[in-house]
Design a protein around this ligand. Structure first.
Ligand code: KIV
Ligand code: NA
Length: 267
């Protein structure tokens, strides 16, 4: 099957075909979701939560992200692989951001990078795009700024904040972003942004009118039991599947049922 490019997803918006995106952080999972036909794989800095067990995405380093992205890239034949630039790998100077984005492309083999924020990073986005690196934006709930906001509540519920978000989205489009993630904002606002932009919006907790949707793989597979936001739909209960498999194995070992004669070597 033909490889998905940034142009493919822009064309999908034009055709009105919804874009599917999921996260992955390792080779095996990436291979499964790529072969299942997902269009975009995001190597999210949510790796900080689901892979490393941190409470926030703040501790994630660029080296960690490059490692995860390189693992994912090796498992993928078709999907577009986008990697998050982690907190403080692109905010200090544009020069540092370019170096970080360049490392993600060269060392990990990612196809694009994602950066959080609007106006303050617009010049940086321009320079990264000019250097030949596609950029996805990320507005609304931006988890790298959790210590500024203090909560993971829905964003842009006030008039001014909503207007600012629309402005930021337009600035990111002008700066050359090929797509923007809209996280946890009112559905009507996400619909308006999606309508006003010609690049695709990818929603998470942003209603049905976005041009595509994204979920964290571990959440949609039901590996986490404690995380239950309204926007999350679970497509499997892998937590129970794994728990039962492991308990069955433990029992078989204790009962001397495993390994049996067919599962041992002779000679
Ligand atoms: O890190 C992540 O998983 C993300 C998505 C939720 C958009 O940024
Ligand atoms: Na992220």
């Amino acid at each position: 099957p033909a490889k998905i490019t940034t142009q493919t997803v822009v064309d999908m918006k034009q055709r009105g075909e919804k874009i599917s995106m999921l996260t992955a952080y390792d080779y095996t999972m990436a291979q499964i979701i790529d072969q299942a036909g997902i269009e975009i794989i995001l190597v999210g800095d949510s790796a900080s939560n689901v892979m490393a067990g941190h409470d926030t995405t703040v501790p994630m380093t660029l080296d960690h992200m490059i490692y995860h992205a390189s693992c994912v890239v090796r498992g993928v034949d078709r999907a577009l692989v986008i990697a998050d630039l982690p907190f403080m790998s692109y905010q200090v100077t544009t020069k540092e951001a370019l170096i970080s984005a360049g490392r993600m492309m060269k060392e990990a083999g990612a196809h694009a990078v994602k950066l959080e924020g609007g106006k303050p990073i617009v010049e940086t986005v321009k320079r990264i795009v000019e250097a030949g690196i596609p950029v996805m934006g990320h507005l609304g709930l931006t988890p790298q700024s959790i210590y500024k906001f203090g909560t993971y509540k829905v964003r842009a519920t006030e008039e001014q904040e909503a207007e600012d978000l629309i402005q930021d989205a337009k600035l990111l489009e002008e700066a050359g972003c090929f797509s923007i993630v809209l996280e946890k904002i009112p559905a009507q606002l996400a619909a308006r942004v999606s309508e006003e932009l010609s690049i695709p919006t990818i929603g998470i907790g942003a209603g049905p009118e976005c041009d595509g949707q994204v979920l964290v793989l571990h959440d949609m597979l039901g590996l986490n039991k404690e995380f239950n936001p309204r926007f999350l739909r679970r497509y499997a209960d892998l937590n129970s599947v794994m728990t039962e498999a492991v308990q069955h194995y433990i029992k078989d070992v204790k009962d001397k049922d495993f390994p049996n004669k067919d599962e041992q070597y002779g000679g």
